[in-house]
Design a protein around this ligand. Structure first.
Ligand SMILES: Nc1ncnc2c1ncn2[C@@H]1O[C@H](COP(=O)(O)OP(=O)(O)O)[C@@H](O)[C@H]1O
Ligand SMILES: [Mg+2]
Length: 292
């Protein structure tokens, strides 16, 4: 069993932004979700894990080895699909993988061919292998991104907001691919989409403003809110009054009527119970961070 252990990790950017503030996490095989709104620090954390950024404080151990001290060693074991992996040259999928495989140190030509063909098959791009990558759709580009990340047979795959901008069908197909891959290795997925975490991840960490504000198994985090989530259809003019009186964790229009959700051990006047979801867990954590 491979383990990635993040220990009191902090990152302060040169102009003083504290992007990560004393984050500790323990990650094992399977899919790990890193959930947080924009600016939470997800990409900063992933760049440190990919050894592209040095932390200000704290350390990360992979199977006991400090990844900052041995960044060359960890790079070989790691595949990374960055958030802004956008610009592709005018070159075919096969040739680009060939080029990237050489950069990754897959020196043996037979082995390189075997890996590239296997990966194109895995990400369902075999029939497009001679097409230029820049002509691919968003979903195809992201699947190509996974193929390049898996060159060199890494043990950890890090994917940063991979489904942003994909249409629902592409997103489903991409998520199925990740789910398949996570049976064999550690996959760390960052996203602001609660639904992706719910569908895919066996463990989740919720971060906001650089801090860890919740973590655990999604199903257990949801169970902990059982009998504590309440909803009511209200007149939208009264929203600020409700927000003043109750911890409102979400507001949603259903057929043009405003429904608000709150939590607490007892239902407030006129509210009815709702089955908790991971979205409730997430919005509650953002509202009342239990800094860990
Ligand atoms: N290279 C950088 N230099 C300075 N500040 C940065 C840099 N990258 C990110 N930040 C800041 O760090 C915080 C976390 O950003 P980021 O890690 O990109 O969050 P996320 O990926 O969750 O949206 C934000 O306040 C962002 O503006
Ligand atoms: Mg990001």
């Amino acid at each position: 069993m491979n383990t990635l252990s993040i220990d009191r990790l902090s990152l302060v950017y040169p102009k003083g932004t504290r992007a990560l503030d004393c984050i500790s996490l323990h990650i094992e095989n399977g899919m790990f979700g890193l959930l947080g709104p924009n600016g939470a620090g997800k990409s900063s954390l992933m760049k440190i894990l990919a050894t592209l950024q040095q932390p200000t404080d704290g350390r990360v151990l992979y199977n006991g080895t400090n990844i900052v001290r041995d960044s060359a060693g960890i790079k070989k074991k790691l595949g990374f699909l960055p958030q802004d992996f956008g610009v592709y040259p005018r070159v075919s999928a096969y040739n680009l993988l060939q080029h990237l495989a050489i950069l990754k140190g897959v020196c043996d030509a037979q082995e390189r061919k075997r890996q590239i063909c296997g990966l194109l098959e895995k990400v369902n791009l075999t029939s497009f292998k001679n097409k230029d990558v820049y002509t691919f759709s968003g979903g195809m580009k992201q699947r190509f991104g996974v193929a390049q990340a898996l060159l060199g047979r890494p043990e950890i795959l890090i994917v940063d907001e991979p489904t942003a901008g994909l249409d629902p069908e592409e997103r489903n197909r991409f998520n199925a691919l990740l789910s398949d891959i996570s049976e064999e290795m550690i996959v760390i997925l960052s996203t602001h989409l609660v639904e992706d975490v719910r569908n895919l991840c066996s463990q989740v960490a919720i971060i906001d403003k650089g801090r860890l504000i919740g973590s655990g198994k999604p199903s257990e985090m949801i169970s902990a809110l059982k009998g504590k989530v309440w909803t009511k259809k209200i007149d939208k003019k009264l929203l600020s009054e409700y927000e003043h009186n109750y911890p409102v964790i979400s507001c949603r229009y259903i057929e043009r009527a405003l429904h608000i959700t709150t939590f607490g051990n007892r239902p407030p006047e006129g509210f009815s119970p709702v089955k908790p979801t991971l979205e409730h867990v997430y919005f509650r954590a953002l509202k009342e961070p239990h800094t860990l």
